[in-house]
Structure formats: structure tokens, C-alpha cells
Design a protein around this ligand. Sequence first.
Ligand code: GAP
Length: 489
Amino acid sequence: MASYCKRRGLIFPTSEIYGQIPGFYDYGPLGVELANNVKQLWWKTFVQDREDVIGIDGSIITNPLVWKASGHADSFTDPLTECFKCHKRFRADHLLEDALSKAIDGLKKEELTKLILDNKIRCPECKGELSEVRDFNQMFSTSIGAVEGNKAYLRPETAQSIFADYKAVMDSTRIAPPFGIAQVGKAFRNEISPRNFIFRKREFEQMEIEFFTMTDKKNDCPCFDEVKSLKMNILSAVNQEKGISTAESLSVRQAFEDKIFSNKWHAYWTATFYQWYIDLGVDPKKLRLRQHMKKELSFYSAGTVDIEYEFPLGFKELQGIADRTTYDLTQHQNLSKQNLEYFDEESKKKELLYVACEPSVGVERLLLMLLFNGLKEEKERTVLKIVPKLAPYKVGVFPLIKKDLEPKSREVYKLLKEEFTCFYDESGSIGRRYRRQDEIGTPYCLTIDYDTLKDESVTLRMRDSMKQERVKISQLVTVLRDKIKKSIA
Ligand code: GAP
């Protein structure tokens, strides 16, 4: 996947001419289009098309007290072990997962140390002895201005700007609970061992929503009926504790009754995202929901489920959806000494709102899922089957013969470029031009031939079915717009 992405201009290791630094990647010309399309579609679907979600775009560096209040300064750590001989550092749980070929979740550092000793695990690089496991804080730090010691952090999640701006959002809008505040933006984590291409990076992007309700109304979810019949593959905490690792198919209603979710909004948002991935063409057999066991819950969570995708490495977290309670707002209210309570006109109650759920997905993981899901090796071609709405280029425009047909082809290209991302290609056989576009997921290609000069029509060829149809140039924009719009259920 990494070599495909590099070859086709999707993703490159950053500043590679100086040697790679693990965990940092750049988007190439096609990658930036794909990532922008994903972010725009997420924003349109979950913010602009809804009445109950509004957005912000917070700063990456905030007052460092934000991280004191949130608990990240003290508790956002990964377990680290170091080789006494070569001094390489490893994430202890990942090292054990690789060595023992089983999931290692939620163990304390003492338990990890014991597992290393009991299983005689040595340094994977030089076979040296490994140190005791200790906590390593994942936040990147920097300093503000010319004054030394003015320490600040690059945010490790976008969520905290939402909590820190929450009062300003409440004061400047008339939004009332239940409502969500959304944000898409960069996050930074000094991962001990970033790995698996863009799956675990040190600089990445998150798309998050904090969904607020009154505490006693977290189960008043009028939208629940829209999703209650959806069937999901679910691996419950109870089953994992029994050592079961296969998911069962349950309806959202059944899963809610089985206490997989913390509240009805938690169930609703999880199901909404699960369905969205299916609408994006993701193979439902490769999706599952995994409930976190008590011992692996983050310090702020009363209940978390992950939507997982079956990557070639096995099922891995795509998106986390946590019930964050009033934890964050309580912490920020205490440390900032600002009153962050909401006054409910109807009940005359004043209270801190409850974060019934926080759906949080990384842009890169979503991209990686779409690429693994869509990239197919067929008999005569490599094709990226991605929903047209997300494809980097929507249309390829080809003159059959450059010499006579270039002016007409350029005219069609110019017409389409006003509305769609287009790629103009006049080199090589038509077959080769189709193959090049198939490999980067361009859903529609059109060829201008000698008949075009007579009948003002072009041949439109569909990427997935490879079927062709003749379309009048005057109708092209409408036909393509319609096909692209309908490409998502
Ligand atoms: N605000 C909650 C939060 O940040 P998280 O489970 O740590 O929760 C949410 O992260 C999502 O962000 C993950 O499900 C994943 O998609 C993405 N993510 C987290 N760490 C990442 C990393 N190092 N590289 C790429 N994506 C990451």
C-alpha cells in the first residue's frame, strides 16, 4: 500500500530526501485531493446537513492549563521499555503483542514488566535485555515567545479546544442541548513506535464531535428509531472477557438492551457512523464494533466502543466513540474558575452539560480503510473502487487522436473543469489511458472522437462496470453531476 501510494502521488514519507522520520508523511497531488474530499464530505454530512451540530476550528497551541485540566499533562502516557544494550525504545504493549501474537489491552506497567520477564522477551533489534516498563507522556512540547520556560503543547486531540471554547460557543449561538460541536484538525502524539504506514502517525488529523445533553436526558434520543434496526457485527466486553474473539450480529436496539452502549445518543451516533461507512462502499463483513473492557477505558470515559475495520493486520480501531460524562467540563470549570454551566429555561435547572458521546475518527485511518477496501487487482487492471464523490479526479478527458481532436477536447475539458476535478490525457493508447485513471480511482472517462465533431457527443466510460455510453456534450455536466450525487446511498 505504501509503495502504491508513493508511486501514484497519494502519500510520501516527509522530507525523504534527508532520510525518513517515522510517523510523518506528506500528501502528494492526489492524496491532498482525496483527504480534502473526505474532510469536506464528513463536514457536510455531520455538520452542515444537520440542525443539531455546529463547528469550530481551534488553535493547535492552547493555554497549557487546558492539558492540566484535561488530565493529558499527567496521564496521557504510553508504556515504554528500553533496551539496555542498543538503547532503542519500544512501546511495551505492542512489543508483547508482536512477541505473543495476542491482544494486550489495558494492562498496568507492572503487569507488562512481569509479562516481559515471564516470557523472556528480549530486544527485537539486538536481543539485549529490556528495562522495566515506565510511563512516557505522548505530548509534544514547545515554548511560546522569546521567554524561556514558557512551555506549551501541540494538542494531542482536537476535543479539548471544543471544551475550552464551549462557553464562547454557547454565548455566541442560541444552540440548546442536545447539540454537538464538531472540529476537523491536526493532532500530534509523540508515539514511541509509529508504525504500519499512516495507521499510527505522530502528526495526524482528527474529525471529532462532542455531543452534549442534559445529564438526565442522555437517553432522550428522538433519532434512535432511525437506526434501531441496523444490524452490526458486535464484539461485547463480556465476550472478550470470556476469551471470545468473534463478533455476533446484533441490531442496535438489542445491543442497547445488552448495555453495549452507555446511553441512547451513544448508540445513535455509533450506528450513524457505522452506516456511513457502509454507504461509502466499505465491505460490511470487514466492519465490527468492539466494546472496550473496563480495564482498557481511557481515564475520561464511562463507556467506549470502537468501530474497527479488518486491515491486513487484522481488526484495528478506525473510530472511537466514548461517553465522556461531565469529566472534561468539570475539570475546565474547576481550573479556569469560570462558570461553564448551562441554564435550561424550561426546567430552570443550571448544570454542566453531559458529553453523551464523542465520535472521533482519524482522517488517515479512514483513508487507509478506503484504499484497502477499494484497491483491487483484476485480470487486466488495477482499479481503485472508491465512491465517485471522494475520488481525487472525477473525470478523465481523452482525445482519441491528438492531432485533429485537441481543440474540441480542450473545449470539453474546460467546460467540465468548472465543476469537476478533471485530468486531461492525450498520451498513449485509449486503453492505457483508461488503466491509468482506473488505478487512481477516476470514476468517469470520456473520449472525444471524430463522430464528436459531427454529433456533439462523447463516449463516457464507467470505471467499475467498464460500460460505455454516448452522451451529448450539452448534457455532460448534468449527467455527471447526477451520477456523482447518487454515488453515496
Ligand atoms: N478525543 C478522543 C481521542 O482522541 P483516540 O482514540 O485517542 O481518542 C481517536 O483517537 C481517533 O484518532 C482514533 O480512532 C484514530 O482514528 C485516530 N488516531 C489516534 N491516534 C492516531 C495516530 N497516532 N495516528 C493516526 N490516527 C490516530
